[in-house]
Design a protein around this ligand. Structure first.
Ligand SMILES: [Zn+2]
Length: 151
């Protein structure tokens, strides 16, 4: 999964490849799905053609609960691309999925799907905090982001 920019003042957008396209198609439907081997059943991420465990090329996309925990985070600071510099300091988190703790997704912790990247007070960032996924509509795509669970 790679990213590109459509303009200097816009955030980077995912560029789905053949293996990852279903991830983004499900995201557009508001579903967080992870590729699973149709032969041995193990989940894998990032998406790829062949199962690293049993070498099967058969796969399916399994729906996740959308819940997880912050496994790690960073707060990027300039120099950054202009669109990111405008929102810095923001956060980038790694989320360990509740349904598949060996799978970690990179994203941003926000206060709501349409909130800016700096919408969460950095003091609230905590490893282990429970989060759940939301989908932000941007540039014609639905990008997974994360919000804190009410505790
Ligand atoms: Zn397999």
């Amino acid at each position: 999964m790679t990213t590109t920019s459509t303009a200097a003042d816009e955030l980077l957008l995912p560029v789905p490849d053949e293996d990852g396209a279903p991830f983004w198609e499900y995201a557009a439907q508001g579903e967080l799905r992870v590729q699973a081997c149709a032969a041995c059943g193990r989940l894998r991420f990032p998406p790829r053609p062949c199962c690293p465990h049993c070498r099967s090329f058969d796969s399916e996309w399994r729906r996740m609960s959308g819940r997880g925990r912050i496994w790690s985070y960073v707060r990027p600071h300039p120099p950054l691309l202009p669109a990111y510099a405008a929102q810095a300091p923001y956060n980038v988190i790694l989320v360990e999925l509740a349904d598949a703790p060996h799978i970690r997704l990179a994203g941003n912790l926000v206060t709501s799907a349409d909130a800016p990247l700096d919408s969460v007070d950095p003091a609230r960032l905590r490893i282990g905090a429970r989060v759940h996924v939301v989908f932000t509509e941007t540039g014609g795509m639905a990008v997974p982001r994360w919000i804190l669970e009410k505790s």
